[in-house]
Design a protein. Structure first.
Length: 330
């Protein structure tokens, strides 16, 4: 197996080596190579994702990406590194699990998977000024992308023996774009025998229910922006962004990515929490490499560390202490 390692910006340089060490413990023959991407990369060479990085990821078929800093205002020539990677590599599905972890989760019994179409929606980046006072953003939803995404929903739902798939949209306000998303996903799911196990939520109702009754969800699937927002909201039940993993997943290629961002305020202090990176590596094992037993071992090592660390002490643990505590259990 081969892995392209992209630390990115900020604390990515601190948490990604921990996840790589865990993978090397589980996969002794793993071959790794390092590539560059992110805001710091753009400042050095004028590109947030050099062509060499894309080539390395295509060659290895698997990557682990740390974090990216992005300016809050438009910078000439800059395009978000993670958006570029998703779109250039065809990583059409973003997968984010939300589960109750011992000690730190505020509610027990939560185990859901949020799938988000990862290549379209408002994130296609088509904006323009219609006049001095009017800015326009275009939203793209295509049948082809929805079909690819829905096929992945089926695969994941079958692997986890899901009891239900919930499609989240806003078709009452956006009947063409959200309507195409909903109808295409329903058609693909029905063709694979999931018609009776599919229901729907408007995105505002889904947001309320993720707060009010998160245990009621199993597999939740939605469009790009809605999924970005809802998955961040839902990760509260897992202990926050520092515990939130993700997998950007395409055909024959996947890029694991902790959700927490570059956290420049704590970069270099040794206090970055590597658990999201470790859990992202577990997603790579489980869904892309199909190493279910190894993924379960990594999840169990995280859980064992949390139980032993305890709620009071855990907040004071350094990157090194957490890394040693998890990896020693492998």
């Amino acid at each position: 197996m081969q892995l392209c390692v992209i630390p990115g910006d900020g604390i990515g340089h601190e948490v990604i080596p921990v996840a790589v060490s865990a993978l090397q413990r589980l996969l002794p023959g793993l071959q790794t190579q390092t590539a560059d991407a992110g805001w710091e990369c753009f400042q050095r060479c004028g590109s947030s994702v050099p062509e060499a990085t894309l080539e390395q990821l295509r060659a290895t078929g698997a990557g682990l990406f740390g974090a990216v800093s992005s300016p809050a205002r438009k910078v000439a020539g800059y395009r978000s590194a993670i958006l570029t990677l998703r779109q250039q590599l065809g990583l059409h599905c973003n997968l984010r699990p939300v589960r109750s972890w011992p000690v730190i989760s505020p509610r027990s019994g939560i185990d859901m998977l949020i799938l988000r179409e990862n290549s379209e929606g408002l994130y296609v980046g088509r904006e323009h000024m219609e006049s001095e006072d009017i800015a326009i953003a275009e939203r793209q939803i295509s049948r082809a992308a929805c079909e690819q995404f829905a096929a992945r929903i089926v695969e994941v739902a079958e692997q986890r023996s899901a009891r239900r798939v919930t499609l989240v949209h806003k078709a009452n306000v956006l009947p063409l774009t959200c309507g195409l998303f909903r109808d295409t996903c329903r058609q693909v799911l029905a063709a694979h025998g999931w018609e009776t196990q599919v229901d729907e939520r408007l995105v505002d109702v889904a947001a309320l229910q993720l707060v009010e009754s998160p245990n009621s969800f199993d597999v939740l699937a939605t469009t790009n922006l809605f999924g970005d927002i809802l998955s961040d909201l839902a990760c509260y039940w897992s202990g926050g962004l520092g515990m939130a993993p993700s997998l950007n997943w395409g055909k024959g290629i996947a890029l694991a990515e902790p959700v927490h961002g570059s956290a420049p305020d704590i970069a270099g202090t040794g206090r970055a929490n590597p658990i999201a990176a470790l859990l992202s590596a577990a997603l790579l094992l489980r869904y892309h490499w199909q190493e279910l037993e190894l993924a379960a071992r990594l999840d169990a090592a995280v859980e064992g560390f949390l139980v032993e660390a305890g709620a009071v002490d855990f907040a004071d643990r350094t990157t090194e202490i957490i890394a040693d505590g998890v990896i020693s259990r492998l």
